[in-house]
Design a protein around this ligand. Sequence first.
Ligand code: ADP
Ligand code: MG
Length: 604
Amino acid sequence: MSDIIQLLPDHVANQIAAGEVVQRPASVVKELLENAIDANATDIKLLIKEAGKLLIQVIDNGKGMSQTDARLSFERHATSKIKKAEDLFNLHTKGFRGEALASIAAIAHVELKTKQENTDLGTSIKIEGSSLVSQETIATTTGTSIAVKNLFYNIPARRNFLKSNTIETRHIVNEFQRVALAHPTISFSFYHNESEIYNLVSSNLRQRIVAILGKKTNEKLVPINEVTDVVEINGFVTKPEFAKKKRGEQFFFVNNRFIKNAYLNHAVTSAFEKLLSGGYYPTYFLFLTVPTKSIDINIHPTKTEIKFDDEKTLYAILRSTIKHSLGQYNVAPVLDFERSASFDTPYEFKNKKSSTPKVQVDPNFNPFKSEEKSTLKYPYKKENTSKWESLYTGINVDNIEVESETINSALFSETSSNSKTYQIHNKYIVSSIKSGIVYINQNLAHQRILYEEFLENITVKEAMSQQLLFPLEISFNKSDIELIKNIKEDLENIGFLFDRILDDTIIIKGIPVTIVESQITIIIEQLLEDIKNDVPETSFSQLDIMSKSLAKTLAIKTGNKLDLREQEELVNKLFSCKQPDLSPFGKTTFVTINIDEIDRKFNN
Ligand code: ADP
Ligand code: MG
């Protein structure tokens, strides 16, 4: 039989490699920013258009490339950063694989302009889908500019797979923030569709954090500094009272490279134990410096995973360093109980059972309470009770009620005589149905109800809003503001009214009638977080994510007591939903138990 193995042509190999290196526009941003840093740039500009789908350009004032290097830089495994295998264990640069530019050039239109300091003229190169279109000598400034246009133009499947501009921009902002935080002395600017997102001057780490995350961050930061034989730790954590109900702002850098590491994250979180209530996450910016020999960064092409020689020791050092710093800054309870609590201001832990962060949803909030008036204004769709009725048809309601009344005092603590529903454990609504009994999970059922209502309101665009007596100001960091601008119209469709959106603050003058004012901040924060995380993979659009997020935040919780009218309303609304059996996140909202099953239990 003849030989069948062939070497793949370069452009095919490059396209395959590109699949690993470039998942989305943000991957290109990361590679280009890192190349600029490796070239010792002190000033880096990032310009993007249409969330990077149209253009990603990075302009640096680094060392530039010679004419030959400029051409070579697009070859696969072409790198100036390592020469031999041993160099892999002594890395001081971001890149080393020599894959990024080759991969990017395989799947986009790339224009490179570069010039070294000691030459008068520079080089311009155009490459499309791995093939050289032109190479010229040009007059240009020292440094490098790389423009990547029409990403995935030749791989429609990948291009179609990209998420909405909001989500892709969010990924780019994340990459930008990581790089900018790791290099505070480098000045960075970032423009999206010609509007400025960030303009960061050369500064120290604290100033850089504040410039990225907003003025209010400054007072929240607790410095962390520790030098040991195995690791040096620098950076900041935020005081526990500023913990967020989202994981977003957690940054680990090892040797100035952003990494994700669940184990080390656990070390930080555990240092906060007892200071944070469930569901709250500390914000941190931690820089670990370890000997290059003790890590292996070469695990994944996108290089956010990392392997340490001695993770256990690192864990212990990290945890105790943070605990110690929190104690030093009077953030954690001090051992000296004699001291007056006022000495520890503003953190009077003595008067608190545990430190509960300020932003919290009122656990007793019951959206049904206000509904008497809101049903008048709120455009609920006409109730379609068909599914509900079909469960009930054929039962003699009177009969069942009499039955349940007899057993009621023994089995149920809270019910009234002519009711069809009971609430048990402040968690489930129980009711008799034709075939037996139905148990409804109140939280999941309400999520389904709200989800369908919000989705309808967002798409139909006729939700009602209530004017606030005093406009509400909420501050956000710049990138969150960008995100809010992007979803403003959708928010308006569900009943939010904006007075103004400033650089770091939004002013709200109206909110949906279904929401109470005290919840707005948490609702919007959760909403932004869910959009950023693009939580449900199956979601068909941003509107869907928004509706899910709002439903999750606003649904009545387990533990809320519902009166009869509320129970009945929940049941009726659930069964007039389009898909009553599942929560918007796919969980079962109710279970039924057949009378046969019950009978069987008595036949033993
Ligand atoms: P790597 O960064 O892994 O070496 P890349 O494909 O990202 O691989 O880049 C290939 C080479 O091109 C780099 O090693 C470097 O020599 C050169 N290069 C890339 N970007 C720049 C830049 N902005 N300034 C100067 N040289 C660059
Ligand atoms: Mg590189």
